[in-house]
Write a protein that binds this ligand. Sequence first.
Ligand SMILES: Nc1nc2c(c(=O)[nH]1)N[C@H]1C(S)=C(S)[C@@H](COP(=O)(O)OP(=O)(O)OC[C@H]3O[C@@H](n4cnc5c(N)ncnc54)[C@H](O)[C@@H]3O)O[C@H]1N2
Ligand code: MOO
Length: 407
Amino acid sequence: MHRTQARHVSVEAHRESVRQLLAPLRTADRIERLPLLAALGRGLAADVVAPLDLPPFANSQMDGFAIRSADVPDGGTELRVAAPVPAGAAPPELAPGTAAPIMTGAMMPPGADAVVPIEQAVPAAFPVPGVPATVRLPAAPPRNFVRDAGSDIRAGELALTAGTCLGPGQLGLLAALGFTEVSVYRALRVLLVTTGDEVVEPGSPLAAGKIYDSNATLLESSMRQAGLDVTRTGIATDRVEELTGLLRRHTAEVDLIVTTGGVSQGAYEVVRQAMAGHAVDFFGVAMQPGGPQGIGTFDGVPVLGFPGNPVSCLVSFEMFLRPALGDLFGSPAPRPVLRARLAGALTSPSGKHQVRRGTVLPDGTVRLEGGAGSHLVSALAHSNALIQVPEGIAALAGGAEVEVWML
Ligand SMILES: Nc1nc2c(c(=O)[nH]1)N[C@H]1C(S)=C(S)[C@@H](COP(=O)(O)OP(=O)(O)OC[C@H]3O[C@@H](n4cnc5c(N)ncnc54)[C@H](O)[C@@H]3O)O[C@H]1N2
Ligand code: MOO
């Protein structure tokens, strides 16, 4: 279905449509098992349940003496020194009235329930092993400097939920639990097509009326950051048959097609025309920039048609595609959402959700970078955040609190 720009949908509704378009890609054949380090930055494909307690056994948090806390009265006492407990050993029971030298991470001897750090002992040094010795220790409450078995996570508990992005912390947990491999989603393969007779490759001569292709680099880097496997076709001209042929050649190899340009109201809207006869819908989203959008399938492959202005296509990616990838596949680089105070006033088209670019400063304010224009790539390059101005707001004064998405 090829429709004209008759309706306007909300940002939230379009984000949900993008999610629904991609949800069928979450299939079992897109799951693979990888060694932990190869899974860095991938989304976990299935819940992981802890197969063991962490720590697996009660152990000492300090180098010191393991004691039975009941053996030491309030004012402290002198105890006989038992055999030392090095890390990695399984110690025998601690005899009543004795203190066992114990190292950080070493297993608590059965019977011992507290550790006194070596700094608090008199003398504050471990005796030579095998030589009879005593040590004076202060009282310590039960569990003093003891890390209980299962105090981090218990066997049978959910360690990581499906859809979690695997960063160093998550991979470290899997290693601590003894895993060597993990099930993750394969990277989605995306075909990225920029369009326009005025657009030329950076590095080639810039004739009058031409501009360099910034969208391809903006989007390919965004896509790579979000874990996508990107195929670029080079710039498609405004000839419809050329674009149609190019898309047909690649449909079998990709999971998603993303185009830029050719979706608004001009006389030569190549993407709209190439999608004629396919289940692709074109309409306006109540958002600025990034208003004109296309969504649907081309020969069964999901398609997103982003507008051609550089900031518009980047904002489209951040507002619609990145959140869907995060939700469905646990893709990396989700955007942290913060609240910040505007350093200066702004105006916004009240019927649209405006996305301005800005810099969040250490004092918790956000400074606008450039105006609202969707061609302002230089201002974008100096921004670290997208400022969200919801539909219905026509103006905000300096100091007003806004939601920002960190880039
Ligand atoms: N009469 C109307 N005109 C326009 C409307 C409208 O509603 N009515 N919407 C405007 C808005 S908003 C946007 S956004 C653009 C969207 O246009 P298209 O998606 O059709 O994109 P193009 O016309 O091809 O290009 C727009 C703009 O972006 C530049 N561009 C395109 N590709 C690239 C690239 N790869 N790298 C850098 N710059 C690129 C292109 O030269 C244009 O300046 O339509 C408005 N017009
Ligand atoms: O919706 Mo357009 O992206 O404002 O220039």
